[in-house]
Each structure stands twice: as C-alpha cells, then as structure tokens.
Design a protein around this ligand. Structure first.
Ligand code: ATP
Ligand code: PYR
Ligand code: K
Ligand code: MG
Length: 591
C-alpha cells in the first residue's frame, strides 16, 4: 500500500540533504543527521552548504515555535498528531509474528541474531506441525528433493504459503537438489534396515521389478560394479554404516558389514581405497542431473526463495544455473546457495562462493569425502570466507543428531551448536531432527535457546574478534555504500544504539550491515515480500515489509509511528538510520 503523506506545513523550510546539525538542546525528540556524499567528499558547491538552499529536495520540519536553534530539528507536535491520524493504519508495516512477539518480550537487544532452517519431512509436513515450527522460530523451511514426490513437496510449499499469508509469518522456502552422487535406492518401501556386524549384503545396479531380495541394496550409479574393487571400504552416509567389498559378480557387489548400523532410504554411498576417496567415473557425473533440472523447473514454477545446489564442483555450474533461471523467469530473484560437500568444492571454494548468493557447510556428505577431523576447520574457513565475501552461510547436519530419538541433546551437540553461533554463521540447519525425528519442536527450541545464550554471552564479554572485511563492491558507488555500512555498524557499537534501521530496495545494504555483525539488531525495511523473505537467512536482520519513498524524513516518521503503534519501539530509543537512496547516516532518538 502506498501512502502519500503531506507532512509539510507552511512553516516547513527546506534544508539541504548534506547539512550537519547538532541535536536540539530544548527537546528530547531530536535528530542528529550527518551525511556525506560523493559531492561533499570532493568539493561541495556553495549551494550545498547553504541551509536555505532551494535547490535541495530534502525537507524537514521545524519546531512549533518556528525555531530550528542550533540547526536541530524538533518534530512539530501538531504535524505529528496529523501524521498519526493519517498513518495509524498499522497494516502497512509487516513483520514476522514471532519476531514481533520476541521484540515485545525481550526488547531489541535480545532478539535472536542467528537464523534457523528446518528440513521438512514426514514428521513436520502437516499444517499444524509447520505452524509449530514457525512459532518456534523457523526462518526457512527446506525441502530435500532426494526424498518424497513433487506432489508432496508442492503440498508443503502450499502450506507454508498459507501460513505466511494467513498468519503473518515470512517463512522462506529453500529447495535442495538431489545431485548426481552415488546413493542407495529406497529399500523397497521400508523406512530403514538394520545391517549387523559380519552380515553379507549385495549392492546391485540391477533393476528389481518386484520386491528386493533380502539383504540387497539398489545403487543408482551404473558404473558402480565396475569402479569398485575387492578390498574397498564402502561407507553409507559418511560412515554411519561401513562395509568391505569381498566379491564382484557381474552387476552385483557382495559386501561384508564391518561397522553395523541403520541403513536409511537413498543414503549416500562413497567408496575408499587405501585411505582415499575413490572418484573414478563418478567424478564425471554432472552436478545438476537431468532429474535435478526438472526439480529446478518445479522450484522456479513454485516460486521458491532459495535453491540449494548439492555437490557443487565449480563456479561454472552456478553461473550456468543463474543464466538458466534468468532466462526462464524474468525478474526472478531466486537465491542460489552452493552446498560445500565435496572435495572439488573445497578446491574451488572462493570462486564458487563468489558466484553464488550464499553457501551451506553440508557436513554430512563433506565428512564422507574428507577425513572427519578436517570438517571443523573447513567449517570455520567457509564461515569466515562467506562473511568476507558478503554471502550468507548455513552450518548444516548432525547439529542435534541424537534428538532424532531423544528429547534432550548431548552436551557435545550443544557445544557444536555453540561453536557455529560463536563463529557467527548466518544460520543453523536441522535435517533428520526436524524431517523425521521424534522431537522436531524440541530440537528447534534447543537451537533457539543456545543461539540466544551464546549471542548474549558474546556481546556481554565483548569478544569481538576484529575481522578484516575486504571491499566487495566493484564500483565507486558500491564502495560508498560499504563505507556507510561499516561506519554505521561501528557507530552503533560505540554509541550502544538500540537498533540500526536500513531502507533497502534490493536488500543489498541490509546484507552489508549484517556482514559487520553489529551488537544491535538491524531493522531492514523493504517494499517487496520476496526480498523480505530472503533477508530471513541473514544474521541479525529483522525484515519488515513497508512501502517507502525516497524521502527519508517521511520514511522515518512513518516508521516510528507504525512501530510505536505496535509497541515495537518507544520514545527515546536510540536509532541509526541508513538507506540505499540517500548517502547518509542519521543518529536519532525515537521522538
Ligand atoms: N521429504 C522427505 N520424505 C521422507 N523422508 C525425508 C524427507 N526429507 C528428509 N527425510 C528424511 O530425513 C533424513 C535427513 O534429511 P536430510 O535432508 O539431511 O537428507 P539426506 O538424505 O541426509 O540428504 P542431504 O545430503 O541432501 O542432506 C533423510 O535421510 C530422510 O530419511
Ligand atoms: C545437508 C547436506 O546435504 C549434507 O550435510 O550432506
Ligand atoms: K539434497
Ligand atoms: Mg548432502
């Protein structure tokens, strides 16, 4: 909804955008704008400095008595009253119902900064179950195309939409591709199968018409029987179950179970020889299989917010996919998340992240391709690199694995979650815990409470590891935006402000602020619903949908009134405001 408000009465005067004013000493409701721009950095023209210049487009209100002493500006109470009556339509600002409750309960400073992604599966696909996850803080719902039918996924998407539209949530949807790595078939309909120590199982590429023979597993990769050798280790799901290849008979491979465990449908398979991952012809498999392309078409048609691409090997595949999406859906804004879960992705890490809109540390498969003890350092590296390159990063897999079966996590799992929060990754992800576990809501609650606790501890202790944030933009105007965001975040910490407000059309400026990981939350105002949903994946951002103009004065007044009407802010709160329309940083108390 667009609201055009005429705020300015005959007593209003024009001030230039780039003026510098001090706070009014006579009022609690003051603002303290200071700004810089390309023109003022270089050489300000005299008209830029003339406080009454009529060439300026920016307007501010003067105080009731007509003075603007000290250059400070006091909001006219009469005008403000008028504004209230025009703008009290609080439906013109949209914020996540859960965030709103959190803000009211705990105040700005205590809102959760780390975002939460939940994989949806049989345990959570019902409308009420999805709603329980939304209430519990799910920011993004992930559907995994390895499992379930397209109809099943469509129903889940439709339910999330209904939840958003009907109940005021802004849960984003992430579709995760299957990828064409080697995996088992679906166990002939069984939900799992137990492999015991010493048992002999047959892994076969044969197509079985009827039911699978006993202790037989179907493999999706045609070259499997040719590529494996007697003596190879066969790892299911990165080592959850382990076999040794003992005999090859045509398309059948006989394997001895050496580490017993539960086999799950479509589990990933890797084979190792002399301590190394074997990548014979399977290394040539395409990252995006023909089934993946159909799934991607489905994702585009359903308007998913994020596409997570499994087993990315190079930046080329991401670029190719981006041009495919651009050609298919003009103006589409699907974000591409590169899943870091293969040896090749580590070789081309920086290029891949640069080409993508974000990354996921997919520790499940990653731990099957590199020695487990290397996973923590890779995680830290990817999290750090993503922040430097200004891309959101998700830490995924086995965060609370034991909660698939038990209602409380292990201490080690809590420590693992804490470490991901302490590294200040953008988001944490639940997989089996929420897809097929017995305690999805409890697992989500653990992520939420651990995030809040560690974030607070981090702030209280002021343990800010200074991180070098290299310039990411390529043009001079990009550099200005970055400098504004870096400075605004620094000022926010030093002045201990309550929140940073950012008015952003594309979301880019919000992400630049998020990258700085400031102490206070970032209220990101954007006029498009899809941008708002996508901002849900980024650290510290509280996305609001609000239609705004290029008149910042107007935007701020409107925001203050709408947020105050909903008790989300109060008079006197200290706020820093930036926008991608105006090269300025404003510091002000909420009037
Ligand atoms: N749509 C679904 N239908 C049935 N089961 C599912 C579904 N999604 C997930 N699951 C179950 O939850 C488990 C964990 O989910 P997860 O998304 O981590 O899958 P995964 O098979 O480990 O693959 P990936 O490497 O892509 O994460 C799966 O192994 C599967 O048993
Ligand atoms: C999430 C995922 O794909 C993995 O951990 O392998
Ligand atoms: K997947
Ligand atoms: Mg994986």
């Amino acid at each position: 909804m667009t609201q055009s408000l005429q705020l300015f009465t005959s007593s209003a005067i024009s001030l230039p955008k780039h003026s510098i004013s001090k706070p009014s000493s006579s009022s609690a409701a003051f603002r303290f704008p200071f700004s810089f721009s390309k023109s003022s950095i270089r050489a300000s023209s005299s008209s830029d400095l003339n406080p009454l210049s009529s060439s300026s487009t920016s307007q501010v209100l003067v105080s009731e008595n007509g003075s603007s002493s000290g250059g400070g500006v006091v909001f006219s109470s009469a005008a403000t009253r008028e504004f209230v009556s025009v703008a009290s339509d609080s439906t013109s600002i949209e914020v996540d119902a859960v965030t709103e409750a959190e803000l009211k309960e705990n105040g700005f400073r205590s809102t959760r900064r780390t975002k939460l992604v939940c994989t949806i599966g049989p345990a959570t696909c019902g409308f009420e179950q999805l709603e329980a996850l939304a209430v519990g803080g799910m920011n993004v719902a992930r559907i995994n195309m390895c499992h379930g039918t397209r109809d099943w996924h469509r129903t889940v998407i439709e339910r999330v939409r209904r939840l958003n539209d009907g109940k005021g949530y802004a849960v984003a949807i992430m579709m995760d591709t299957e990828g064409s790595e080697i995996h088992m078939g679906d166990l002939g309909g069984a939900s799992s199968a137990k492999a015991e120590d010493g048992e002999i199982w047959t892994f076969s590429v044969r197509a079985f018409d009827s039911t699978l023979p006993e202790r037989t597993i179907n493999v999706n990769y045609e070259g499997f029987a040719e590529d494996v050798r007697v003596g190879d280790d066969l790892l299911v799901d990165g080592g959850m179950v382990r076999f040794e290849v003992i005999e090859k008979i045509g398309p059948d491979v006989k394997c001895l179970c050496t580490d017993p465990g539960l086999l799950l449908p479509r589990a990933n398979l890797t084979f190792w020889r002399d301590g190394h991952l074997v990548r014979e012809r399977n290394a040539m498999l395409p990252t995006i299989s023909s089934k993946d392309w159909l799934d991607i078409d489905f994702g585009i048609a359903e308007g998913v917010d994020f596409l997570a691409i499994s087993f990315v090997k190079s930046a080329e595949v991401i670029k190719h996919l981006k041009s495919y999406i651009a050609a298919r859906s003009r103006g589409s804004d699907i974000s591409i998340i590169a899943k870091i879960e293969s040896l090749d992705s580590l070789k081309n890490l920086e290029e891949i992240i640069l080409a993508s809109d974000g990354a996921m540390v997919a520790r499940g498969d990653l731990g099957a391709q590199i020695p487990l003890e290397q996973v923590p350092s890779v995680q830290q590296k990817v999290v750090q690199l993503c922040r430097q390159l200004n891309k959101p990063v998700i830490v995924a897999s086995q965060l609370l694995e034991s909660m698939i079966e038990y209602p409380t996590p292990t201490r080690a799992e809590v420590a693992d979650v804490s470490e991901a929060v302490r590294q200040r990754s953008d988001a944490l992800m639940l997989s089996g815990e929420s897809a097929m576990g017995q305690y999805p809501d409890k697992a989500l609650a653990v992520l939420r409470s651990v995030s809040l606790r560690i974030e607070k501890w981090w702030r209280d202790e002021k343990r800010h590891e200074p991180m070098e944030l290299p310039e990411v933009g390529s043009s001079f105007s990009d550099s200005i935006l970055e400098e504004i965001c870096n400075s605004a975040a620094k000022m926010a910490n030093n002045l201990e402000v309550d929140a940073i407000f950012v008015y952003t059309t594309s979301g880019h400026m919000a992400s630049l602020l998020s990258r700085c990981r400031p102490d206070c939350p970032i209220f990101a105002f954007t006029s498009t619903t899809s941008v708002r949903r996508r901002l849900n994946l980024q650290w510290g951002l509280i996305p609001f949908r609000l239609s705004f103009s290029d008149d910042m004065e107007n935007n701020l007044n409107k925001t203050f009134l709408l947020l105050k009407a909903r008790n989300l802010i109060k008079s006197g709160d200290l706020v820093i405001a930036v926008s991608d329309m105006l090269q300025s940083i404003q510091v002000m108390n909420v009037p």
